[in-house]
Design a protein around this ligand. Structure first.
Ligand SMILES: [Zn+2]
Length: 236
């Protein structure tokens, strides 16, 4: 049964996303509430969104640089504790041993109790979802279980001072099977303000504000509040 739930408690939270503006779209309202309650949130971005421009004069390296700056400004507004960039090519992410190793190393470094990432099995939208979203979500889940937990996976991490780490909960965003909804009435304005920091992706701020307000109300319609939706996995 879908339920209205509280945001995560004051613990260490990590978000793994494919593109610089993904967390604003899907989960920033919940992260803002968690931070207000004392949580620490760190963000790992797998690509820097270097294909995210229709300007014929733009080149990928410049787009990536601008989008990283925008991501840091948005992170500052959201109150994130850290942002790290893996700089995989936008639109070309593959779930490889190497990518999983990078994700495992950051999970071991930041040791989150709760991890947010894309739902790879029931993506939203269901069919025409971004390939990077599905790939990053799948690689992140593979990294959580069992790779980051068990010391014999990527044993070179131990020599670098990184200990195995078991993530307690995973909150999957962009999920067509969402069962847990968080009221973002108190954080919607800040979520939109963070999204508007991504100026390269914003042709019409007023239209974005209107459509995001409508979308939040639709997601939370069953509860009568603006909301974000998640599939929450708990594992021991
Ligand atoms: Zn994206």
């Amino acid at each position: 049964m879908p339920a209205l739930v509280a945001p995560p408690p004051p613990v260490s939270i990590m978000a793994i996303a494919a593109h610089p503006d993904d967390i604003e779209f899907w989960c920033a309202g919940t992260l803002i509430r968690a931070i207000a309650g004392g949580a620490t949130v760190r963000l790992l971005l797998v690509t820097s969104g270097d294909k995210g421009s229709s300007d014929p004069a733009s080149i990928p390296a410049e787009i990536a640089r601008r989008r990283e700056t925008e991501a840091l400004e948005a992170a500052n507004l959201l109150g994130l504790a850290d942002v790290a960039f893996l700089r995989h090519p936008d639109g070309e992410v593959e779930n490889t041993h190497a990518l999983r190793g990078e994700l495992v190393s950051w999970i071991r470094r930041w040791s989150p109790a709760v991890l947010f990432t894309h739902d790879p099995e029931h993506p939203l939208p269901a069919y025409l979802s971004h390939r990077d979203h599905r790939t990053v979500g799948r690689a992140a889940l593979d990294a959580v279980y069992p790779l980051a937990r068990d010391r014999l996976n990527y044993p070179e991490h131990e020599a670098a001072g990184l200990k195995p780490h078991a993530v307690g909960e995973v909150w999957l965003f962009a999920s067509s099977a969402a069962d847990s909804f968080v009221d973002i009435g108190a954080s919607l304005e800040q979520k939109i303000a963070a999204r508007l920091k991504h100026t390269s992706q914003t042709s019409d701020p007023a239209a974005l504000r209107e459509s995001w307000t409508t979308r939040a109300s639709e997601i939370g319609a069953a509860f009568g509040v603006p909301a974000e939706g998640f599939t929450v996995l708990r594992h021991d």
